[in-house]
Design a protein around this ligand. Sequence first.
Ligand code: NAD
Length: 463
Amino acid sequence: MSTQHDLIVIGAGPGGYVAAIRAAQLGLNVACIEKESALGGTCLRVGCIPSKALLESSELFEQTSGHFAERGIKLKGVELDLPQMLEQKDSTVTSLTQGVAGLFKKNKITRYEGHAQLQGGGKVVVKKGRDETIELAGTHILIATGSVPATIPNVKIDGDRVVSSTEALTFEKVPETLAVIGAGAIGLEMGTVWRRLGSKVTVLEYLDRILPGMDGELAKQALKVFKSQGLNFQLGVKVTGVKPGKKDCEISIEGQSSIKAERVLVAVGRKPNTQNLGLDTANIETDARGFIPVNDHYQTTAKGVYAIGDVIGGAMLAHKAEEEGIACVERIATGYGHVNYNAIPAIVYTSPEVASVGKTEEQLQEAGVKYKKGSFPFAANGRARAIGHTGGMVKILADEKTDRILGAHILGPHAGDLIAELAVAIEFHASAEDVARASHAHPTLAEAIKEAALAVDKRTIHI
Ligand code: NAD
């Protein structure tokens, strides 16, 4: 006999657990299956949250190791206590994953621990250990199994010398040298953490630029800043293999001599996580790259089975998965649900942060859209000067005729928080003039957004 639920969610990452909570709020009887004992998925356990804890700690370490003197604060004998730094990261993760368990209880969501396998016809089995099996039946089933690190030919992630982002969060000792393959968000964030803690870090990137997909002008500026901070870059290089040796790993690069590094971080993207999920049995198709195709309502090729988040492709971002999860279950429960993909921000949590929402200049040019551009440097913002973070700028792109904001990009202090205003502006179809006319408190970093909006109409006040 199988236990019946209105909705079975497979995977308790930000996509799955948020969808489960929203569905429960809407009155559905919801179950969530998760194979890990801790809820929260990659993001909470081994992704966004632990990496942000290490980014914060490593930045404090770097600042106290030198940068405080210029503010008249003299510190002596600053030392790195790496085990304690890792412990603080782990306890942050534990408190948050326990928080999700608390939310499940509060919302009366039934949690099953184990590996879910689709059986077709609305049935799912949960396997735990060797012999424990539970049979469930769901009127609706939502796949939210996320993604796993990808690699490239001849590069085997062994979790020790050649690692993915997961193990790069747990090095017990600061590697003397670290090679990072890929200059995307993971490569730059984790490369920055270990550089600040003392590693000599070299980022190897196939393209001739960093941060593919983000605004080119800002990526160029960011590259300059990261280089000045001590990150080494080799752009336009194709890594063709990694051989871990006794002391160092040997990294082969097409058309040039190989380089050596104590450890190698492979950050070349992620792939959909659908292993042993029973997709064939349930008649669920995947595309050539293994992603699950869905229609506008997140329905897969099997009736009653939906999919959201990294496993369906698109931007691999926790908040994108959350929006999709909510839209999907709202559609199931109320008949309406929608995601505005143009208003989903993307942030890289380096220092300075890089944040982006809507279209880049490259995308607008490619689509032949005529636009106006307004930018404002943080160097001309009073608060940025006071806090000593003057690098970077805000850039707003607006439709040439209607003035509607089409894209916004920020490189600078707290860019990740600042971009929220512009995501709301895009969501509300605001014009650059709308943002420019809104009062922004003084002295704040957000004034740089107002000034960039004024710059669209060529009337900045402070430059
Ligand atoms: P990515 O796709 O962002 O970047 C991978 C990079 O590796 C690309 O620039 C690519 O050109 C390069 N590359 C591929 N093959 C190569 C080779 N043979 N030699 C050299 N370079 C090569 O991937 P990522 O940084 O691993 O991140 C994975 C996913 O997780 C992304 O979708 C990312 O957006 C997401 N993520 C986001 C955040 C964030 O929002 N802050 C943080 C972590 C991860």
